[in-house]
Write a protein that binds this ligand. Sequence first.
Ligand code: NAP
Length: 359
Amino acid sequence: MQKLKVVVLGATGMVGQRFISLLDQHPWFEVTCVAASPSSAGKTYADAVEGRWRMPANIPDAVKNLIVLAVEDDKEKIAEQVDLVFSALDMEKDQIKALEEWYAGHDVPVVSNNSAHRWTEDVPMIIPEVNGHHTDLIDIQRKNRGWNKGLIAVKSNCSIQSYVPLLHPLMEFGLREVFVTTSQAISGAGKTFESWPEMVDNVIPYIGGEEAKSEKEPMKIWATIENNSLKLAESPRISAHCIRVPVTDGHMASIRVRFQTKPNRDQILSAWSEWKQPLADLKLPSSPPEFISYFEEENRPQTKLDRDAGNGMTVTVGRLEEDSLFDWKFIGLSHNTVRGAAGGAILLAELLRAKGYLE
Ligand code: NAP
């Protein structure tokens, strides 16, 4: 299978760097182009990220000497050279929307991390193992927009990936209400302790816009496709608190749930361990061996020890206990810049390729 040439828009940022790192030696995709703001444009990638490269592995050799292009001014040049766009920009939403639509309209598919298009009606928002079938919406999108090869598909907010994957196998018990509190890493704001010293020894009980996203986005993930459009799910009702904590990577979620019919402990554990995620047969390169992994130890999952499970693509869970107000409670954890951002987007692109949408 020939590799597709890809560009990472926002390649110098926190999520962009994660893309560059995860795409090194990828069997299906090859980074041939990197783009960022005018302040990085014209430099080699290595120079543009000097002093701010945050990944554990070194900058891949194949990317080091690429000249960074300007996201907006060089878009024509970029579109000529690539087969696929990964978008990880921090810009005004309207600018991002216009840019992503421009590429799709010029026959270049876009897989995006940004929130700009998450609520666009004909754009699917996908956690591949949960609602991979929403790729069907792309046929409708292409028809609506007159796009032939182009498309836009997005991934959800990072916070919901620490609990939606765990709730999904429990839907069969009639999940009614969810109360979730997320403890979110500083890399989720594109920051490190050097760039955000106020976070050392501190907790900030507010992340702008995050609670609304955490309550609403799952309803699009669990939507059904009816009459050529998405019908949003109406349950479970979700109440969310989102808190910034002094951790580099890894979003933890404390989750309480109420069901129509309360399952017992074994039923919940079996639902997680036996849930056959629908991508298993596709053997996608970034698909982890286990989508969900349960810890019996009462002090797990821990951000530092467990965020890298399954190369950062496994969602870990522990402390399943009966709750005095709700039915059950448990703790979830996912890696926010891998499963919650670049890794989730790469898995989505792999799914699109496996289904023939990137040919
Ligand atoms: P970041 O570290 O601040 O990086 C932002 C990137 O956008 C950089 O490459 C930057 O280029 C580029 N950029 C900024 N202003 C620009 C402009 N005017 N024109 C062109 N490029 C510009 O942000 P991030 O944390 O990686 O987040 C990127 C996106 O992913 C955001 O939309 C965020 O909401 C989303 N996201 C983040 C996470 C996470 O865990 N961090 C998770 C899910 C989704 P320069 O380096 O040249 O300035």
